[in-house]
Design a protein around this ligand. Structure first.
Ligand code: WT7
Length: 631
């Protein structure tokens, strides 16, 4: 048996035992399946106090040699990437491993020709086109740290992220297609760069031929630059603990956090988890519908599949355009074997009726996956019966930007499954539930704070530029543990994730801090103060409910709505638009001035019969007006 592959329940149990008894030997075996330029001298060196986490110390590698070069001999002609365009009438692209390798080498040389080198940060703001994957890998090949920013973020959000990690370059495109829309991309970058002095180079991919402005001293067209460079680019030797990428995510406070992942550990775990969760076999066609702008896209569109010489499908468009059958037509068109999507998409498609699914055969599907938020029973059942036709296991994969890879999930059809349960931890992962006092809960069926008590290779190493914040957010509430921010319960060793226990809300699988949205809303000149909470939303999982207090004067609802929505769209992007805006004459505050969100959450949920203890409120009369004003 090769330790890397788990194909039976017995192998899973053995792997799990080994990983607990002797973690270092366990991970040594897994890591030995990759190509290292120099073997590591120490497997693990850690403490959760500082925190300091080092995996495969002393090892040298380049992740792109493992994603590309390593496969050329036996799989050079295997398809690495299939790209399905937004418009089904445009032709798809299929790239073999040899072709992808060549494209990455060229892109790497373009970056090098602009003086970009190891350790430099490069922002990538691009639609879902092959050059996004190629650009990410090109950064990794030359040792530049990529920071992909989802192309739905506003220019201001992009600027904040570029400045936080002082990126020297941006990779982008002229424009993009998304469903029926043709959107500007480069113009947004131009706008952002007005406040970013660190950016010296912008590399522009031609996608929609839109008329854009090029700044001569800064901007280059990729298709021109590519003509000037060689096909050959040796991979930069990287230390295991050199940074591979930064990816921004939201926390309870206003400012997004630049989660930093490193080369060796991330590679080892992304490849291992992909192989086993999806039970990928040669010849399979794997499709993850996420955007590369999120961690799911990093680990399970790009790195995980390519590390396994898999065929990974990348889709530029949206599930409902030109019609609601698009996902399923793509599955049939390519014979997709593993399909990985989010509950919000499942619920949205479920609401449109079975006929769209039934128009496709879906008879190649073997494993179907879910990620990003808890999946409710109704959506689970529909996914299993209608999409999976009752014969595909659902892998409900729980993980986070910070964990780098899937932590809790079924592995294909190995072992038992329970609807709405993510399942058992992967080998090497030691999740626990803690009570309010930080004690481990040993009984089943009791809700607790989900923490992880032992390091795993792909865990975050720091928050870029703010190690103290990393310590405060993840390692201080429960000393000795990594705190996930989620609540969960356990039954028969299987975990069911309940949801966030902090001020983070999860809207259609996108994560926002309530403070981040409040800051945006408060930038409207009409608003004096605001409080944002999540509420249950049938399609999105959670919706955004904003209570706002206004400046004195008469304002009609439409004026207020416009002002609040545009403030959010400007500072974060369309994805964070409030679903409900309620004008509140006052917000419920304690005597010390703290807003009691607990009460606002109840009001937003419409559960006003039981508001709990309101005796600490400064002015209890605000409650009545809030309830009356409920939308
Ligand atoms: C948060 C992390 C990791 C990929 C996408 C989101 C929630 C994620 C599940 C799941 C229930 C889930 C958690 C987590 N979450 N997957 N299968 N079941 N909840 O990454 O933006 O870093 O968000 O998403 O609340 O903490 P992210």
């Amino acid at each position: 048996m090769n330790a890397f592959e788990i194909s039976t329940l017995k192998e899973y149990n053995t792997a799990r035992e080994n990983s607990f008894e002797n973690p270092e030997t366990f991970w040594d075996d897994i890591a030995s399946n990759y190509q290292w330029q120099k073997r590591w001298s120490k497997t693990l060196n850690w403490n959760f106090k500082e925190p300091k986490i080092n995996w495969f110390q002393g090892g040298k590698l380049n992740i792109t040699e493992n994603c590309l070069d390593r496969h050329l001999k036996n799989n050079g002609e295997t398809i690495s990437l299939i790209w399905e365009p937004n418009n089904p009438e445009e032709s798809e692209i299929r790239m073999t491993y040899s072709e992808l390798h060549l494209a990455v080498c060229k892109f790497s040389n373009v970056l090098k020709s602009k003086g970009i080198k190891k350790g430099d940060r490069v922002a990538i703001y691009m639609p879902m086109i092959p050059e996004l994957t190629i650009g990410v890998l090109a950064c990794a090949r030359i040792g530049a740290i990529h920071s992909v920013v989802f192309a739905g973020f506003s220019s201001q959000a992009l600027a904040d992220r570029i400045n936080d990690s002082t990126c020297c370059a941006v990779l982008t495109s002229d424009g993009m297609y998304r469903g029926s829309k043709n959107l500007a991309v480069k113009t947004t970058v131009d706008q952002a760069l007005k406040s970013c002095t660190s950016v010296k180079t912008v590399v522009v991919i031609k996608r929609d031929n839109s008329d854009i402005k090029m700044t001569e001293t800064r901007d280059i067209w990729y298709h021109e630059a590519e003509q000037e460079v060689s096909d050959h680019c040796p991979a930069e030797p990287m230390d295991s603990e050199d940074m591979l990428f930064i990816l921004y995510t939201s926390g309870s406070t206003g400012k997004p956090k630049g989660i930093a992942h490193t080369c060796g550990g991330y590679m080892v775990y992304a490849g291992y988890s992909f192989k086993n969760v999806f039970q990928y076999q040669n010849g399979d066609i794997y499709w993850c519908t996420a955007d590369v702008g999120w961690i799911t896209g990093h680990s399970y569109i790009i790195y995980g599949p390519l590390l396994n010489s898999a065929t990974t499908l990348m889709f530029e468009g949206v599930p409902t355009w030109p019609n609601a059958g698009r996902f399923w037509e793509i599955c049939d068109k390519y014979g997709v074997t593993q399909f990985y999507t989010a509950p919000t998409a499942i619920r949205a498609l479920m609401a449109l009726g079975d006929k769209w699914v039934k128009a496709s055969s879906l008879n190649t599907l073997k494993v179907i996956g879910s990620v990003g938020e808890p999946i409710n029973k109704e959506a689970w059942d529909w996914y299993e019966k209608v999409v999976g036709r009752g014969n595909c296991p659902i892998v409900d994969t729980w993980w986070q930007t910070e964990t780098g890879g899937i932590m809790i999930s079924g592995l294909g059809n190995i072992g038992k499954q329970r609807a709405t349960f993510a399942g058992m931890p992967l080998p090497g992962i030691q999740p626990v539930l803690l009570d309010m006092d930080g004690k481990e809960i040993s009984d089943d069926g009791i809700e607790g704070y989900l923490c992880i008590k032992y390091p795993w290779p792909s865990m975050l190493r720091t928050i870029y530029g703010d190690h103290q914040r990393c310590k405060d957010v993840y390692f201080s509430n429960y000393p000795g543990y990594y705190f996930t921010g989620d609540g969960a319960k356990r039954e028969d060793g299987m975990f069911r994730i309940i949801g966030r226990v902090d001020d983070v809300i999860n809207v259609s699988g996108h994560r926002f801090g309530t403070a981040e949205i409040e800051n945006a809303i408060n930038s409207s000149t009409l608003v004096t103060e605001s409080a944002v909470v999540g509420y249950p939303h049938a399609i999105k999982g959670q919706g955004i409910y904003a209570f706002i207090s206004l400046e004195i004067g008469n304002h009609d609802d439409a004026e207020v709505n416009n002002s609040v929505v545009s403030a959010v769209v400007e500072s974060i992007g369309h994805i964070a638009k409030p679903d409900i805006i309620q004008i509140a004459p006052g917000l419920p505050k304690t005597r010390s001035g703290k807003i009691m969100r607990r009460i606002l959450r109840k009001i937003a949920e419409g559960k006003t019969e039981d508001l709990g203890d309101i005796s600490t409120l400064l002015d209890p009369s605000v409650i009545d007006s809030l309830i009356k004003g409920k939308k």
